[in-house]
Design a protein around this ligand. Structure first.
Ligand SMILES: NC(=O)C1=CN([C@@H]2O[C@H](COP(=O)(O)OP(=O)(O)OC[C@H]3O[C@@H](n4cnc5c(N)ncnc54)[C@H](O)[C@@H]3O)[C@@H](O)[C@H]2O)C=CC1
Ligand SMILES: O=C(O)C1=N[C@H](C(=O)O)C[C@H](O)C1
Length: 269
């Protein structure tokens, strides 16, 4: 592993992209090797520092991930499912660690990462924070301890710009609850309710999504029984915590064998 791995930030102008650029630049054990945006984006060809409203840095934004990856050891990618799938091929060719924060990926999308994971390290998680990953473990434990008399509901809230629902985090928490209770997640999954739905069926895990304003990310796992409720909650108030998790993952992956890993692997949970 090189002393200071070169890291490329994909989607550099995005909410997470800009946060990642700042965190990589501030990190003593890595250097920013490239910044990529979509073709036609106003930042292409511009100095990244200037585009972000600061001092010029001499690093220019490109729309060519292959060019950006030359000499890089990792890429951090919080973009869209198709961009992530396409990038996995390029990252694997470069044998660079591909950290994926992108959510909204279907099972078919995720299966398309398999080929790349045979040649390079992929770390993917719907939430990169320590708190949420710990919460998945607690959720599994509580779901295992309580019986079917406790209905499980996952409620999440995010900013108005979020395009996917339920959030990647809500799905992680739902999967953990299903695992704890010994349910098949796909069968247990119950999407947001509307209209005359009938009474709640047992053995289901319900999902509800709120979208509004600048909410960074809030998640409740509710275990509702007769006369009592247990609520496990995570509140994110700063995107930096997702970025710091991603930086931890890209460093962790530097000496690992090719494969598809999660943040639980990175955090040792
Ligand atoms: N796993 C985690 O901890 C977290 C995951 N996310 C997920 O990250 C993703 C991005 O979220 P935001 O930053 O809020 O969205 P955003 O829309 O602000 O940023 C996405 C960026 O990707 C860029 N992009 C699109 N096509 C591209 C291409 N072909 N090449 C390079 N860049 C391209 C866009 O221009 C945009 O700047 C979402 O899926 C979100 O759910 C967000 C926060 C935390
Ligand atoms: O889009 C976001 O903003 C977030 N997305 C992730 C998700 O889908 O769970 C993580 C975090 O909640 C913020």
């Amino acid at each position: 592993m090189s002393e200071t791995p070169g890291i490329v930030v994909m989607g550099a102008s995005g909410r997470m992209g800009q946060m990642l650029v700042r965190e990589v630049n501030a990190h003593p054990k890595m250097r920013l090797a490239g910044a990529v945006e979509r073709p036609g984006h106003g930042w292409i060809g511009k100095d990244l520092g200037s585009a972000m409203g600061g001092q010029p840095t001499g690093l220019f934004v490109t729309d060519d991930p292959l060019e950006a990856m030359a000499g890089a050891q990792g890429v951090i990618d919080f973009t869209t499912p198709q961009v992530t799938i396409d990038l996995s091929v390029i990252a694997a060719q470069a044998r660079a660690v591909h950290v994926i924060g992108t959510t909204g990926m279907t099972d078919e999308d995720i299966a398309k990462l398999d080929a790349a994971a045979r040649h390079a390290v992929i770390v993917r998680a719907g939430n990169m924070s320590l708190g949420v990953n710990l919460l998945t473990q607690l959720t599994k434990q509580v779901a295992a301890a309580l019986d079917e008399d406790f209905d499980i509901e996952v409620v999440e809230a995010h900013h108005r710009h979020k395009v996917d629902a339920p959030s990647g985090t809500a799905l992680m928490l739902g999967e953990a609850a299903a695992e704890g209770r010994g349910l098949d997640f796909k069968e247990a999954y119950e999407a947001a309710r509307d209209g005359i739905t009938g009474a709640r069926a047992p053995g289901k895990i319900g999902f509800s999504a709120i979208r509004g304003g600048d909410i960074v990310g809030e998640h409740d796992v509710i275990f509702a029984g007769a006369g009592e409720r247990i609520v496990l909650r995570h509140l994110a108030s700063d995107r930096a915590l997702f970025a710091r998790g991603a930086l931890k993952a890209v460093l962790w992956g530097q000496d690992k064998r090719p494969g598809h890993y999660s943040m639980l692997d990175v955090l040792g949970l």
